[in-house]
Design a protein around this ligand. Structure first.
Ligand code: PMP
Length: 450
């Protein structure tokens, strides 16, 4: 820790930032409001660690919310990006590296035969939905409560991530309309500025609820069932046994396309994402985060027959000035080249150790938690009950979670500052990082449980 007040420079910058930027940040959850403190400003990152502007060092389990599966400033990624930058940062014309990256995605992801690159997960999900609507000639969407697919109008309906965080911070609560339809069959904007008519085309059902999915699909012709196959924006809430095969079957039966948003799970939970691990192939796949290796890149992908509807092969329009730009493409390719079978074995082992350590620390401190984890994803839910849906996640002790995050920060461990997010173990984390984190958790839990 630095001499003097540990967060003085961060506080100074935050005061200045709040006059210049809404809430002082460029993305809401970074503000740390939901854990009851001000944000920490980062100076640099290396491997699994961050150094803040006051010189405090943190073990970083957030890793930029998922892209940094190789950790901060991995030498191979830095070298690839630096070399690409020297050759020019953007041409707005095709490059060889884009072809290589598309081939890499197609080789890894079972549902990908053709790929279109974009610059953010928001853009990728929005574009995949446009394609699904064009392909089916239908307009409605089915999404799951607590799932987040970016901030496009039609998808800001019972969305997780930062929206869940904001709700939690306000003490939770749904709109009157949502209470009136417990099955969640009505699309109500989750943000002012989203047209009611747009939100109304989005039908929301509880995650893991087969009956609700059947009911909605029985009443509506739906263009797409949009799901995070491993939802991680209400915390990590895995699919119940058989739920993903059920979605595959019911989509086929009702003429809807199955769209998996693997922005988080893609290239993280397995080489070919959750779809490879679960053996369920969607019609369209949305990718982001790891595909850009820490630079802005995302993609949507699917069978040639569907993807050929996208312009200029077809007439479903979608474009982007910086799509597939050389820097993001280089970072993505360099990152993917690190992700072999051995890497996933290590990531699985490390995540399992972290989960076990956190479970034991909480048990010994007498704090009831549920630890949900899989390769490269983990959430510690502050509840004694199973967490299988957004409702369950919202029922967690958010104040205790906030106090825990604050106490961890005081001990040099940077966690995602919301109960509705996942920790992102990376290949840069070591057993020593796990041990230090678990030791800090023991002390932090003893403090907050007192
Ligand atoms: N889909 C999922 C599953 C996500 O987790 C996110 C972002 N966390 C998005 C889409 C949106 O991605 P972006 O922030 O790059 O727009």
């Amino acid at each position: 820790m630095s001499a003097g007040p540990p967060w003085a420079r961060s506080q100074e910058l935050y005061a200045r930032a709040t006059r210049l930027m809404p809430g002082g940040v460029n993305s809401p959850v970074r503000a740390m409001g939901s854990i009851g403190r001000d944000p920490i400003f980062v100076a640099e990152g290396s491997g699994a660690e961050l150094v803040d502007v006051d010189g405090n060092r943190h073990i970083d389990w957030m890793c930029s919310w998922g892209p940094l599966i190789a950790g901060h400033a991995h030498p191979a990624v830095v070298e690839a990006v630096t070399a690409a930058a020297a050759r020019g940062t953007s041409y707005g014309a095709p490059t060889e590296a884009e072809v290589e990256l598309a081939a890499e995605v197609v080789e890894r992801v079972p549902g990908a035969e053709m790929v279109r690159m974009v610059s953010s997960g928001t853009e990728a999900a929005m574009s995949a939905i446009r394609l699904a609507r064009a392909a089916t000639g239908r307009e409605k969407l089915l999404k799951f409560a607590g799932a987040y697919h970016g901030h496009s109008d039609g998808l800001l309906v019972e969305a997780g991530s930062g929206l869940a965080t904001a709700l939690g911070a306000r003490g939770g609560g749904e709109s009157a309309e949502q209470r009136a339809f417990p099955g969640g069959q009505t699309g109500v904007p989750a943000s002012p500025g989203v047209p009611a008519a747009v939100a109304a085309a989005t039908l929301v059902v509880p995650w893991n609820d087969r009956g609700a999915v059947e009911e909605v699909l029985g009443e509506h012709e739906v263009a797409a069932i949009l799901a995070e196959p491993y939802p991680a924006n209400m915390g990590f809430v895995p699919p119940a046994e058989g739920f993903l095969p059920f979605l595959r079957e019911v989509a086929g039966r009702t003429g809807a396309l199955l769209v998996f948003d693997e922005v988080i799970s893609g290239f993280r939970v397995a080489r070919g994402g959750a779809q490879e691990r679960e053996g369920v192939t969607p019609d369209l796949t949305v990718l982001g985060k790891v595909i850009g290796g820490g630079l802005p890149a995302a993609a949507y992908a699917g069978p040639a027959e569907l993807m050929s509807l996208v312009a200029p092969a077809g007439d479903v329009y979608q474009a982007g000035t910086l799509s597939g730009n050389p820097l993001a493409t280089a970072a993505g390719l360099a990152t993917l080249s690190l992700l072999d079978a051995a890497a996933y074995d290590r990531l699985a082992e490390l995540t399992a150790k972290l989960a076990e350590g956190m479970h034991e620390a909480a048990r010994d401190a007498g704090v009831p938690v549920r630890v949900a984890s899989t390769t490269g994803l983990l959430t510690v839910f502050f509840t004694e009950d199973p967490v299988e849906s957004y409702e369950d996640a919202k029922a967690c002790d958010l104040d205790l979670h906030g106090a825990f995050c604050r106490a961890m920060l005081e001990r040099g461990v940077y966690l995602p500052p919301s109960q509705f997010e996942a920790w992102f173990p990376s290949l840069a984390h070591t057993d020593e990082h796990v041990q230090r984190t678990v030791a800090a958790a023991r002390a932090a839990l003893a403090e907050v449980a007192a």
